[in-house]
Write a protein that binds this ligand. Structure first.
Ligand SMILES: *Cc1c(COP(=O)(O)O)cnc(C)c1O
Length: 430
């Protein structure tokens, strides 16, 4: 496989952008090597600057539910572009997308559009603090909610502690109001609530975490978290930036019987353009400016091209029942991968939900961040690079989730499983 163009571009990129990228994971730091510089997407495939084609399971880290260059989305964007690219004024499409979202996720009675998942979660916690008059936020270790200061806190693994910043530049003062506990550990959560419950403005969580690989909640865990939050008067913020329209059409909240106060969406909602949203119960959302005092704004929020793309993506998804067909296809692919691993005697645990999955290199079912940290990272590196050399483009970390789209065919899956056989054989013979 020739990669001379990508090599030259990566060298040039590193001179003008930190790590040669605009978002860290793209630089392949955890697996090593040169990231392919992509020039084109075609359905289930991406094409790099050297002309190599790959089956893509990154899908822009989630947004592309309908695949690359989906014609219904491209047409909607082109049509919007003909009329101008931004007004900074209300538009009919904002009403359409807001109505679509509130109909698909009934817990969201009102919604505010923003430009990124980071903005959605940052605004949601400001709203929760404004609404409750409390300062503390509780999050779960290994859950990612974007890069705003209060949420760049993970705390020590294992025990619940006061927050320590995950990044220089986040002040101790900011981190100190973020508490964190391990996912899937109800006693740890009860302990923090017993100590600090009356000061906790909100619990923020990925219901089915996807940023430590895909982790699934234990039976009854999510309703128990909700009950605990309610008992102490804390709001429940469910971050479905990844799981929304991926776990199920109504998000993970529709699968696990929870009714969040605030929900954050992103990724799929914009059909590949920068859109995210936060929304929830009317009486809480009426705190948001200009109705209420909680200030939040955006020059390009509700951008007409982005609204057109989002409407096209969600309408197609709903009308063609995409979220009913993809889970079964994802399960078939995962079964093929599991069989290939078993045949090579490589221990893996594969989690899948909706159109998302992760292959964990471990013999113990991962339930939280510590379990994922214990996975065999060297095995993952071999897997990743063998797949790439055999035309399969995966997220470059054990801590990421893979995605399938409507464009992924049976042939794609067969080719992927064939590549995985080679990868598992390489791991077994190391
Ligand atoms: C991707 C992601 C975010 C951040 O969204 P950006 O658009 O990258 O800022 C927040 N929460 C979750 C669960 C995500 O997966």
């Amino acid at each position: 496989m020739k990669i001379t163009q990508s090599e030259a571009l990566f060298a040039a990129a590193k001179k003008v952008m930190p790590g040669g990228v605009n978002s860290p994971v793209r630089s392949f730091r955890s697996v090593g090597g040169v990231p392919p510089f992509l020039v084109r997407g075609e359905g289930s495939h991406v094409v790099d600057a050297d002309g190599n084609r790959y089956i893509d399971y990154v899908l822009s880290y989630g947004p592309l539910l309908l695949g690359h260059a989906a014609p219904m989305i491209g047409e909607a964007i082109k049509k919007a572009t003909d009329h101008g690219t931004s007004y900074g004024a209300p538009t009919p499409d904002e009403v359409t997308l807001a109505r679509l979202v509130t109909s698909l996720l009934p817990s969201m009675e009102m919604v505010r559009m923003v430009n990124s998942g980071t903005e959605a979660t940052m605004s949601a916690i400001r709203l929760a603090r404004a609404y409750t008059g409390r300062e503390y936020i509780l999050k779960f270790i290994g859950c990612y909610h974007g890069h705003s200061d209060s949420l760049l806190v993970q705390a020590g693994s294992g025990a619940s502690t006061f927050g320590v910043p995950d990044s220089p530049g986040v002040t101790k003062g900011t981190a100190a109001t973020t508490l964190s506990v391990p996912f899937n550990d109800l006693p740890a959560l009860e302990k923090v609530f017993a100590a600090k419950g009356r000061d906790i403005a909100a619990v923020i969580m990925e219901p089915t975490p996807g940023n430590m690989g895909l982790i699934l909640p234990k039976d009854g865990y999510l309703p128990a978290v909700q009950d605990l939050a309610r008992r102490y008067g804390s709001l429940l913020i469910i971050d479905e930036v990844m799981s929304g329209f991926r776990a199920a059409q109504g998000g993970s909240q529709s699968l696990y019987g929870i009714d969040p106060d605030i929900t954050c969406l992103g990724k799929v909602i914009g059909g590949g353009l920068p859109v995210a949203a936060y929304g929830g119960k009317r009486k809480i959302m009426e705190m948001v400016s200009p109705v209420g005092p909680m200030y939040q704004a955006g020059t390009l929020s509700g951008n007409p091209l982005a609204m057109a793309a989002g409407i096209a993506a969600l309408t197609w998804m709903r009308d063609h029942k995409v979220c009913d067909t993809l889970p079964e296809r994802c399960a078939v692919l995962c079964k093929g991968l599991a069989d290939a691993a078993a045949a090579a005697c490589v221990p893996v645990r594969i989690h899948h939900l909706g159109s998302m999955f992760t292959v964990f290199f471990t013999d113990k079912d991962p339930m939280n961040y510590d379990d994922v940290c214990a996975c065999d990272k060297e095995a993952f590196k071999i897997y990743f690079h063998t797949m790439l050399e055999n035309g399969v483009y995966l997220p470059p970390s054990q801590f990421e989730t893979n995605f399938i789209s409507l464009a992924h065919s049976d042939e794609d899956f067969a080719q992927t499983i064939a590549a995985a056989r080679k990868a598992f054989a390489a791991i077994a013979s190391r």
